[in-house]
Design a protein around this ligand. Sequence first.
Ligand code: UDP
Ligand code: MG
Length: 151
Amino acid sequence: MSKTERTFIAVKPDGVQRGLVGEIIRRFENKGYKLVGLKLLKPTVEQAQQHYSDLSSKKFFGGLCEYFSSGPIVGMVWEGLGVVKGGRVLLGATNPADSLPGTIRGDLCIDVGRNVCHGSDAVESAEKEIAFWFPEGVVSYNNHSEGQIYE
Ligand code: UDP
Ligand code: MG
């Protein structure tokens, strides 16, 4: 594991519409992860299909892609030690009914089809998703708190 591990996190259209962008960013900031990419964009259906291509055989795929492309999302890249797994911990389980209180999905949503956020599930898929949504690259800078966050 390295401090420069990165993950792609998105606030989905329901999260943006419900005004949860700040809340979701706050949880990643408070944890100590470093924000290195951030944009508001409205995905096309084709982009949604590409992003979720691993799920193309699932019966919910059509509805998922329609939902993901229905409005703006906030795409982010967060960096930190173990951030892929740690980001999934902050998000909670895919189905909010199984998400513990204290997690984003456990605290902020009810329905698996409107679960407010996305997070990469592995380092390899994170790299793929970051390259797909941030083809221009992310931003490198020194975090002045790094010495307080890491031993
Ligand atoms: N999803 C759904 N029904 C299901 C399973 C998943 O609508 O039975 C949606 C849900 O919004 C989820 C997304 O499809 O976040 C992607 O599914 P995945 O298994 O990758 O879950 P995630 O990685 O988002 O936790
Ligand atoms: Mg997934």
